[in-house]
Design a protein around this ligand. Structure first.
Ligand code: NDP
Ligand code: MG
Length: 383
């Protein structure tokens, strides 16, 4: 039976994976589950899924240890201990569903030990795409996308046929149709109201700025080895068509489904097989599907992110770190909505380094620098 480790088990994708894994217990066994500090939920999930171990990356979480004296799962605390656990685990697959750059080291550890990564945690691939790809090809590990658009592209590209374009669909977020001046005073609550998807706070803000779609363009570039000028973004507010691939003969394929992460999680778990999963059938006679070009003037995040991707090297790591920091400052109400992309642009403008990183340390140093610069520059933008 396949064994799996879930990173970010207590998050939005992690909770969806929990439901899918409960359904697939005859095919997949859970070796370990990892979260940051939500011990109670992690323990509950670990006992339900009969995990061998659960891990908390937050060292402060150690105070819960005494509660686990009796029974399983075993509790592991701190990133180093979790990395050891991943390295020694018999699991063949790791679902990367933790949020942000914190996913870098667990992902690299899993890849270097020959485990397949089922990847939701796009920030890791954006920040360290060249390194992640090299590690996967050196160890023979596969990276199977879980991000819904990339899962769609992955399914369309399964026959390995030559393509001319990827069309990444994008809901447009909660502020689609607004003008730039309308965005100056939107609140955290406004930005957290996504029309179609129920997700963690960080990615929900990214979908409001459209930085998420920019990160996904970079993610698609690294996952499918497709040049940036062959990756286009198209707004599709209903989030039913999850993305499209155009082949060299002009034929175009798409994958459709409800906006429910259970589908891409299940596809990644079962790939290359398909396993039954209870879903309400998609009734296209009741759907009105529309498409429009993105408004890149109002939502600068898409263009800023794409440009960082095209520059390559360490620029995507700078983009990701500045964005993570700016989103966190917005969520804590230190800066306004439009300042998120201003800060990212300012930090990218300051960065002058054309190296292609070959070690995790180079990426971590750059990440650290960009976070510091974002934080320092944010003083100019405080709301
Ligand atoms: P959530 O914020 O809902 O969950 C984040 C998870 O990561 C939690 O388990 C959390 O643990 C853990 N975590 C947070 N910070 C750290 C840290 N510093 N170290 C280790 N673990 C940490 O996020 P989502 O589930 O929404 O997103 C997860 C990833 O999947 C992101 O990269 C996102 O871009 C991507 N994604 C999400 C989609 C969605 O539908 N939500 C769709 C496509 C991609 P704890 O609960 O203990 O804090
Ligand atoms: Mg997505």
């Amino acid at each position: 039976m396949t064994q799996i480790i879930v990173l970010g088990a207590t998050g939005s994708v992690g909770e969806t994976a929990f439901k899918v894994l409960r359904h697939d217990t005859e095919r997949i066994a859970v070796d370990g589950l990892v979260a940051h500090h939500n011990f109670d939920r992690l323990w509950e999930m670990g006992t339900t899924l009969h995990a061998r171990w659960i891990g908390l990356t937050d060292p402060e979480a150690g105070k819960h240890l005494e509660r686990t004296e009796s029974g399983t799962p075993r509790v592991v605390v701190g990133m180093d201990a979790i990395l050891d656990e991943i390295a020694q685990s018999p699991a063949q697959k790791v679902l990367g569903a933790m949020t942000g750059f914190a996913g870098l080291l667990p992902t690299l550890t899993a890849l270097s030990h020959g485990k397949d990564i089922l990847l939701a945690n796009k920030e890791t691939l954006v920040a360290a795409g060249d390194l992640v790809r090299k590690m996967a090809s050196d160890s023979g590990s596969r990276i199977i996308p879980v991000d819904s658009e990339h899962s769609a592209i992955f399914q369309c590209m399964a026959m390995n046929q030559p393509i001319s374009r990827i069309l990444l669909t994008c809901s447009g977020g909660p502020f689609r149709g607004r003008q730039r001046q309308d965005l100056a005073f939107v609140t955290v609550e406004d930005a957290l109201k996504h029309p179609n998807w129920n997700m963690g706070a960080k990615i929900t803000i990214d979908t409001a700025t459209l930085v998420n779609k920019g990160l996904e363009v970079i993610e698609a570039h690294y996952l499918f080895d497709v040049p940036y000028d062959q990756i286009e973004v198209i707004i599709h507010p209903q989030s039913i068509v999850h993305s499209l691939v155009e082949f060299v003969d002009g034929a175009t394929m798409a994958q459709l489904g409800w906006p429910d992460m259970a589908i891409p999680v299940q596809v990644a778990l079962s790939w290359p097989e398909r396993w039954p999963f209870p879903q309400q059938p998609l009734d296209l006679t009741k759907q009105f599907l529309t498409f429009e070009p993105p408004d890149t003037k109002t939502f600068e995040g898409l263009g800023i992110a794409r440009e960082a991707g095209v520059k390559g090297g360490l620029y995507p790591a700078v983009l990701n770190a500045a964005n993570e920091e700016a989103v966190s400052l917005f969520l804590s109400r230190h800066i306004g909505f439009l300042s998120i992309t201003h800060i990212i642009q300012d930090v990218l403008d300051e960065f002058k380094d054309n190296r292609i990183p070959t070690t995790p340390e180079e990426i971590m140093d750059t990440d650290h620098w960009a976070r510091n610069r974002a934080w320092a520059l944010s003083h100019h933008y405080q709301s």
